[in-house]
Design a protein around this ligand. Structure first.
Ligand code: ATP
Ligand code: BTN
Length: 338
């Protein structure tokens, strides 16, 4: 950590050149301090151009996350039913963290009892240095390149009652994206958001607690905002960002505010009724609904069939040559068959 890295990056967020001298004056520090702050930025993967005689510059303007702006976006969305929602919602924006999921999981593990952890806490990061996907895979992200956040939610039920949660979260994400005009966003079972068949976002849910309950879910979401080439080439599957589909891009604070509002809605439905109330809507958003697919099994086998919706617990239903088969998410990967 370096105290001045983010104040300097905030000054550079307009994407224009700023001389070391002017930055130093603005922050009331020496030019060496500015240089050290930017050395740290480079160490966490932030690319800053430095040109002799002109100063420092980010490759493009960026919008940094801002707690007030996120709450404002949530408030814009709030109807009477949601009025005051932000009062029960704890929100924290971190400048840099290894992983927002790991951060919240550490907090939960360290808590003496679940009552000392807020019912709903969102932690978002400007920079996440060790983002995780499912099964120990990594999630590529960078400053201005991605929206990375996790939502901790305490459930009364145990882990066994949360099997459809990741699909319910997918519905909340699609509602938010469609609401912001990203009509092409679709889901891929169990936990991806796609645009034109390319991965835009992923969901990683980690659970703590008893089988019987209560339990705590840490719901991690990563969304590509404006992926630079170095990050894109580190991803081993086709990826897409919002910058390439929405003219002028999308404001991350606006996006996060909208997502949190929609996640609160779907989680409330999920808690009160279960995934069943979101099941048809989920299938409507599924990129592979009624489509031929291949299912890659952990033992290397491949099962072919046509998707026939999902069950009430989020299990994928596939019509195969031997009849309707059920697949639970764990270790299985879904691929289009055409
Ligand atoms: P599945 O195996 O369920 O079909 P998947 O291949 O997307 O899904 P996940 O574990 O869900 O695998 O996600 C992790 C994967 O996501 C990584 O292995 C990588 O291929 C991809 N990935 C990592 N970072 C990004 C990113 N920023 N944008 C898009 N995809 C990414
Ligand atoms: C996946 O597709 O496998 C899930 C990717 C989830 C990435 C997000 S980014 C915020 C949160 N913190 C993490 O370390 N992972 C999730």
């Amino acid at each position: 950590m370096n105290t001045y890295t983010f104040p300097v990056l905030r000054l550079l967020s307009d994407g224009k050149f700023h001389s070391g001298e002017v930055i130093a004056q603005r922050l009331n520090v020496t030019r060496t301090t500015v240089w050290q702050a930017l050395q740290h930025a480079a160490g966490i993967g932030v690319l800053v151009h430095s040109v002799r005689g002109r100063g420092y510059k980010l490759p493009a303007p960026i919008t940094l996350l801002d707690e007030l702006a996120i709450f404002q976006a949530m408030r814009q969305m709030s109807d009477e039913q949601h009025a005051g929602f932000e009062n029960v919602f704890k929100l924290e924006v971190l400048n840099e963290v290894d992983s927002t999921n790991s951060y919240l999981m550490r907090q939960t593990a360290g808590a003496k009892d679940t009552k000392s952890v807020a019912h709903a806490t969102c932690v978002a990061a400007q920079v996440q240095t060790k983002g995780r996907g499912r099964r120990g895979r990594s999630w590529q992200a960078g400053l201005g390149a991605s929206l990375t956040f996790s939502l901790l939610w305490q459930f009364q039920c145990g882990a066994s009652g949360l099997s459809g949660l990741s699909l319910a979260i997918g519905v909340g994400l699609i509602r938010a994206l469609h609401g912001l005009g990203i009509a092409e966003a679709q889901l891929k079972w169990p936990n991806d958001v796609l645009i034109n068949g390319k991965k835009l976002a992923g969901i990683l849910i980690e659970l703590q607690g008893d089988i019987e309950g209560p339990s705590t879910a840490v719901i991690g979401i990563g969304i590509n905002m404006n992926l630079p080439e170095n990050l894109r080439s580190a991803i081993d599957q086709p990826a897409i960002d919002l910058y390439s589909v929405a003219i002028g891009g999308v404001d991350p604070n606006q996006l996060l505010g909208h997502i949190l509002k929609h996640l609160a809605d779907v989680i409330k439905d999920f808690e009160q009724v279960g995934f069943t109330i979101l099941r048809q809507e989920w299938s409507n958003y599924h990129a592979y609904d009624a489509k031929p697919v291949r299912l890659l099994m952990p033992d290397g086998r491949e099962v072919k069939g046509v998707v026939n919706g999902v069950a009430e617990d989020g299990i994928l239903l596939v019509e195969t040559t031997v009849g309707l088969q059920r697949f639970s998410s764990g270790e299985i990967s879904l691929r289009g068959a055409l």
